[in-house]
Ligand binder design. Sequence first.
Ligand SMILES: Nc1nc2c(ncn2[C@@H]2O[C@H](COP(=O)(O)OP(=O)(O)O)[C@@H](O)[C@H]2O)c(=O)[nH]1
Ligand SMILES: [Mg+2]
Length: 223
Amino acid sequence: MGSSSPGRSNGSYDLSFKITLVGAPGVGKSSLLASFISNSVDVLPPTIGVDFKIKLLTVGGKRLKLTIWDTAGQEKLRTLTPSYYRGAHGIILVYDVTCRETFTNLADIWAKEVELYSTNQDCVKMLVGNKVDKESERLVSREEGIALAKELGYLFLECSAKTRENVEQCFEELALKIMTVPSLLEGGSSTGVKIKEPKPESQPPPPGQPSTPRPQPEGDCCS
Ligand SMILES: Nc1nc2c(ncn2[C@@H]2O[C@H](COP(=O)(O)OP(=O)(O)O)[C@@H](O)[C@H]2O)c(=O)[nH]1
Ligand SMILES: [Mg+2]
């Protein structure tokens, strides 16, 4: 991961940020990323191996390079490794507004993982409720989302990867917030300032290699 220092070699961007997407299987993480990257949400192949995509965009007058890490299906067994979180400037925690379990899991599981593994102390987090196009099937209210985000100290947005409603705003608002955090702009993020030691058994596998599953697989209520 490149640092956030300005003036990278090819001069095509001012700042480089790593953003990680997490959340239960089926909430629409890959769709959200595809929607943001390509402006289309065609049927996606299953994610295999470590997956990240790069998008260049201008936010707040700065040319940004966003490297966005998607989980590679490991979230089904909750085997995300520290490499997903290491050096992240921003983390988007996604739930499905039509699946309550994905919302309760965020506070119980994913927010704790994020706290454990994110190496940038001031890493910006955002709670995102996806699939708002399915309004008639909604089971998590906007107010509940706002309340949880407030409790956790996260940014909050609702969006639809399908209609693209608020998709760009998710990434732009996150990037704008990152740009207000001096410690995230001072470089050094490429190595990460470790504030907590990851669990010894949770070292990341090489890309494409499966990691050792933890017990208690999480069910997928949304697919
Ligand atoms: N209606 C609707 N379906 C969505 C949306 N986002 C994702 N999906 C669907 O939800 C399913 C899971 O999406 P996927 O991106 O694979 O979820 P992931 O496991 O979190 O990466 C797929 O069938 C998607 O087409 C959305 O905003 N609205
Ligand atoms: Mg996926």
